[in-house]
Structure formats: structure tokens, C-alpha cells
Design a protein around this ligand. Structure first.
Ligand code: SDX
Length: 429
């Protein structure tokens, strides 16, 4: 049996052999199918790219049916248990786990690039007191492209490496300063004695104490959350990074587009929406009425459902476990009980089961973030910090992929045609 499709165009009776490779067919093969030489070839119509592969990638593998997630071939469960976020960031960017020397050099590079230009404080203070930190982060990441104009030279490998180090290093500083700005608190500079995640917590929460020492169990839990968010193949924000990056713009501008896409409530903004939803439900007694509202289409059960996972999101299971570790230190988040009851009821309700809707990465993460004293508007900033190495590893693949071109999809035109302009003198008479 040949790996191909035999397609007959019933408009012409013509038959075409379309090769199948890697479980896909090339869309341009259908471009060859046309009624006559003057007509356009067939296009493939796929809103939201539900069934369209945009690239070849070796970064992340997901099996949605089996709930498998691997970064560069390593199962997420093993990385969450045995690795740390900086090592996972190295793995995603370089494709292999680092040797001791490679890790030490990587850690040194990241640690010594955590500072941002002092002018960043200037424009951060330009935001209103109630500016959403994701809006500040989006703007700040884009602004970094103006501090490093050499980043436009994306063909140079050393230059790419430098910008990747800078972005991974500076994202926590930008996120922490956006938080401090909103809280009306002074900025805390990076402390290079601390680990990546401990330093982030210090920049967020340090006040008058000489040295801010976060509880190691909380540092570990947040580090695991960063690992779980580090990459997820061609999700909405990664698609944005690749699409914007395909114009050969600098990586800061491409990642700023990723931050913008992540901001949306259907994507990274879901963790914030879950918390607000749980607060709005308020008690277990209100769950049945809320579920009815979802089934009537009044709203979505935020933190449930996924384009790829159709059984369970492996990350949600790990996060649920991490909840116990955090609550040991902070005390149980009272919303946990509502979340657990909501999950239980939903998983027994045919509306959700028939649509294969299960808790995703965002359903429980917000409970941990709130227990770590983050306000809901900071939750997606935490997601962005975790996702930065993923966005950059995908961007790196894109700019080195000879098959890639500038992203410019087709459309199906539904508008008017061939109208004659009527001058305003007549139109408005
Ligand atoms: C992330 O892509 C990624 O990998 C993303 C991510 C990553 O790591 O990058 O995993 C991170 O974004 C996780 C998802 C966070 N978003 C939410 O939790 C928001 C709530 N969930 C949804 O909006 C939805 O499930 C999506 C956006 C996640 C997936 O949407 P799809 O794949 O386009 O599915 P769909 O909207 O076509 O839904 C299929 C059906 C529909 O019902 P019908 O029209 O067939 O009657 O399921 C329903 C939807 O209405 N549905 C939901 C629902 N999600 C889907 N109904 C109620 N509550 C929900 N949460």
C-alpha cells in the first residue's frame, strides 16, 4: 500500500496522487488541483488550525490521547521530579541535558544578566496604578528590543544565544517589577547569590530585611510550576511567536507577541479566570447552579478542556500533588475544596465527559499561586516566565528551519466585489 492519497476532482474527473509523509499531506499538493489553468488551485480551510501542522519541531512531544508530554524526549514527570527550571531551559534551548560545566556556565550567564536597563523603571512608572501586569510585561519585553538593537541580526548564532540568555534572565525581573509597580513598592534588584526562582521570589516580596530567604519548599514548588509551563509545542502563544518571528524580526518582538497571546483568557489567562470563577462560586452548594450555567452556554468552566489532551493534562496531575507541598507551608487554600468538588462533579457529568473536557494545567495552578501570595493578575506573568525558554527554543528552530517562510495564510473572501466609488458630494447630498 503506497503512502499516498488518490484524489479525484469530480469537477474535472482528474485524479491526483497526493503523497503522505509523517502522517501529513503537504497543502501545496492541493494547490495543484484546479478546474482550469485560469482558476486558483484548491486551498485548505482550517479556522484555528485545528488540523494543520505549521512546522516540523523536535522540542516537545504531546500525545493527547495518552496524556504524554515530553521535552526533547524526556517525560515531564521525570523532569518535574529530578530536574530544575534552569536545567530544563537549557534542555529546551540546546536539545540535550547539560554537562556539569555546561550547566555551571549557563547558570552563570543567566544569573549575570538578570539586571535590566535603569530606563525600564522610567516607562514602568508611566503605567496607571491599576495596569494589568501582563500589559506591562508585554510592553516591557517589546521595549527590550530597543535596548539591544543588535538583536535584529538573527542570522548570527552568538547573537541569538546572547538574546536568549538575556530574555530568560530578565523575564523574572520584569515580572517582579511590574508587580512592585502595581503594589506601589520600591523595585528590588536581583540578588545574584540566589537561585533563579529564589531570586524571583526575593524581587517580589523583599521589604526591609537585609536578605529575603523564601521557604525552600515554596521555591521548589514554584520551580516545578515553571518546568511544567516551559513548553507545549504549537500552542496559541508559540504560534504567535513563530508567526511574528517568521518576518525575521528580533526575538524580543516575537516573544512580546507570545506574551500578548498568552494574556488571553482562553490561553494563559485561564489561571487567573479559574481563581475568579472559584471565588464567584464561593461554596460547594453553589456548584450545581454554576454547572447548569455552563451547560446552558452562559460561560465556560475555566481550567477545563484542551485542544490536544482528550483524557487528562499530565501537568494538572503534577500540580495537584504540588498543592499538598505548598499547603503544608501556607495552610490549605479554602478554594481547594470547591475546585475538587467542581472537578468531581464535572468528571461525572456527560456534558463534560462527552466533550472530553478534563482539568488542564490552569485548573489547579492558580490555587498554588494564590497560596504563594500572588494576586490573580500575576498568575499569567508566572506562566510567561515559565514559557519563555519554550518560546525561544521554538523561535530558534524557526529561524534555522530552511523549510520555513514568512507566515502569510490564504483566506476565503466573502466580501463585495467590483463596486464603483460614489463621491461624498453625491453620497452625502
Ligand atoms: C492553555 O494549546 C495549549 O497547549 C495551551 C496550553 C499551553 O500549555 O500552552 O496547554 C495552556 O491554554 C490551557 C487551556 C486554558 N484555557 C482554559 O482553561 C479556558 C477554558 N477552555 C476552553 O476555552 C477550551 O477548552 C480550549 C480553548 C482550551 C480548547 O478549545 P478548543 O480545542 O477550540 O475546543 P472547543 O472550543 O471547540 O470545544 C469543544 C466543545 C465546545 O462545545 P460544543 O460547541 O461542541 O457544544 O467543548 C466545549 C465547547 O463549547 N468546551 C467547553 C469548555 N471547553 C470547551 N465548555 C465548557 N467549559 C469549557 N472549559
Amino acid at each position: 500500500m503506497a503512502d499516498s492519497l488518490t484524489v479525484t476532482d469530480n469537477r474535472t474527473g482528474e485524479t491526483y496522487e497526493v503523497p503522505i509523509a509523517d502522517g501529513a499531506i503537504r497543502a501545496d499538493e492541493f494547490g495543484k488541483i484546479r478546474v482550469d489553468d485560469d482558476s486558483p488551485g484548491l486551498a485548505l480551510y482550517d479556522p484555528g488550525f485545528v488540523n494543520t501542522a505549521s512546522c516540523r519541531s523536535a522540542v516537545t512531544f504531546i500525545d493527547g490521547e495518552k496524556g504524554i508530554l515530553e521535552y526533547r524526549g524526556y517525560p515531564i514527570e521525570q523532569l518535574a521530579e529530578h530536574s530544575n527550571f534552569l536545567e530544563v531551559a537549557y534542555l529546551l534551548i540546546h536539545g540535550d541535558l547539560p554537562t556539569k560545566e555546561q550547566y555551571e556556565r549557563w547558570e552563570h550567564e543567566i544569573t549575570f544578566h538578570t539586571f535590566v536597563h535603569e530606563n525600564v523603571k522610567g516607562f514602568m512608572e508611566g503605567f496607571r496604578y491599576d495596569a494589568h501586569p501582563m500589559g506591562i510585561l508585554m510592553a516591557s519585553v517589546g521595549a527590550l528590543s530597543t535596548f539591544y538593537p543588535e538583536s535584529r541580526n538573527i542570522a548570527d548564532g552568538d547573537n541569538r544565544h546572547m538574546q536568549i540568555v538575556r530574555m530568560i534572565a530578565k523575564m523574572p525581573t520584569l515580572g517582579a517589577w511590574a508587580y512592585r509597580n502595581a503594589q506601589g513598592k520600591p523595585y528590588v534588584y536581583p540578588d545574584n547569590d540566589l537561585s533563579y526562582t529564589a531570586n524571583f521570589l526575593a524581587m517580589l516580596f523583599k521589604m526591609s530585611e537585609r536578605k529575603f530567604e523564601a521557604d525552600e519548599r515554596l521555591v521548589k514548588a514554584l520551580d516545578v510550576l515553571f518546568i511544567l509551563h516551559a513548553d507545549h509545542e504549537q500552542n496559541c502563544s508559540t504560534n504567535a511567536v513563530r508567526s511574528v518571528g517568521s518576518s525575521q524580526v528580533d526575538p524580543y518582538s516575537a516573544v512580546a507577541a507570545g506574551v500578548a497571546a498568552l494574556y488571553g483568557p482562553l490561553h494563559g489567562g485561564a489561571n487567573e479566570s479559574v481563581l475568579r470563577m472559584l471565588r464567584r462560586i464561593g461554596s460547594k452548594e453553589n456548584i450545581p447552579a454554576f454547572i447548569e450555567g455552563v451547560k446552558n452556554g452562559d460561560e465556560k468552566l475555566m481550567g477545563f478542556g484542551h485542544r490536544v489532551y482528550k483524557n487528562y493534562d499530565p501537568r494538572a496531575q503534577i500540580i495537584k500533588k504540588a498543592c499538598d507541598d505548598v499547603f503544608e507551608v501556607t495552610g490549605v487554600n479554602p478554594l481547594l475544596e470547591i475546585a475538587q468538588e467542581l472537578e468531581k462533579i464535572a468528571l461525572e457529568d456527560d456534558y463534560f465527559v462527552s466533550r472530553k473536557l478534563y482539568p488542564n494545567v490552569d485548573f489547579y495552578s492558580g490555587l498554588i499561586y494564590e497560596a504563594l501570595q500572588f494576586p490573580p493578575e500575576m498568575f499569567t506573568v508566572l506562566f510567561a516566565i515559565g514559557r519563555t525558554p519554550g518560546w525561544l527554543s521554538q523561535w530558534l528552530e524557526l529561524v534555522q528551519d530552511k523549510e520555513q517562510k514568512i507566515a502569510r495564510p490564504k483566506q476565503i473572501y466573502t466580501g463585495a466585489r467590483g463596486l464603483d466609488y460614489v463621491p461624498t458630494s453625491e453620497r452625502w447630498a
